[in-house]
Design a protein around this ligand. Structure first.
Ligand code: APR
Length: 169
């Protein structure tokens, strides 16, 4: 198990008919802009209603909901760190996002999952460093979650695509 389960795609994550898509959320879990806004718009009001019952999520944490009007069965909401220069545990917190997301993947027997580039938009995390963490954590998860079939990294812009391509070298 290794890199062969990873795919890079340039599309809107809300269009992907996978078991789960990952949302780059904020601590309130009550929606926002970027991919968070897109997922809530596509999923419809049922998603926000369920999120209200979760009472937020700590940075580095991950919580799962149904997908509602999305083609994906589940949404895994994770809260990435806001980049503050790299000396505020940002790398450890971003690793936790992927680690805690894959813990839910294992628990729910999810076989196909799509990630946006967590924290690299509004939260300002450098794309290259974030992509390396995403790839490393995914390869580690693929070693232990033997039923994992596909991990899609969604590249919503060229900078993200280049970062993942380099991280996969
Ligand atoms: N599909 C896939 N990727 C997307 C989409 C989409 N529809 N929209 C944006 N992206 C990409 C961005 O281009 C970026 O590469 O998702 C990545 C993460 O960017 P943000 O959505 O800004 O997420 P983040 O940097 O983690 O900031 C989270 O922004 O939207 C608010 O509520 C959210 O407060 C939270 C913060």
């Amino acid at each position: 198990m290794g890199k062969e389960i990873i795919r890079l795609v340039e599309t809107d994550i809300t269009a992907l008919a996978v078991d789960a898509i990952v949302n780059a959320a904020n601590n309130s879990l009550l929606g926002g802009g970027g991919v968070d806004g897109a997922i809530h718009r596509a999923a419809g009001p049922g998603l926000l209603a369920e999120c209200r019952t979760l009472h937020g999520c700590p940075t580095g944490g991950a919580k799962i909901t149904k997908g509602y009007n999305l083609p994906a069965r589940f949404v895994i909401h994770t809260v990435g760190p806001i980049w503050q220069g790299g000396n505020h545990d940002e790398a450890q917190l971003l690793r936790s996002c992927y680690h805690n997301t894959f813990a839910l993947v294992e628990a729910q027997h999810i076989t196909t999952i799509a990630f946006p580039a967590i924290s690299t938009g509004a939260y300002g995390y450098p794309a290259m460093e974030a992509a390396c963490i995403a790839v490393r954590e995914t390869l580690a998860a693929a070693e232990r979650i033997t039923f994992l079939q596909q991990v899609i990294f969604v590249c919503f812009n060229i900078g993200t695509r280049r970062a993942y391509e380099e991280a996969l070298q």
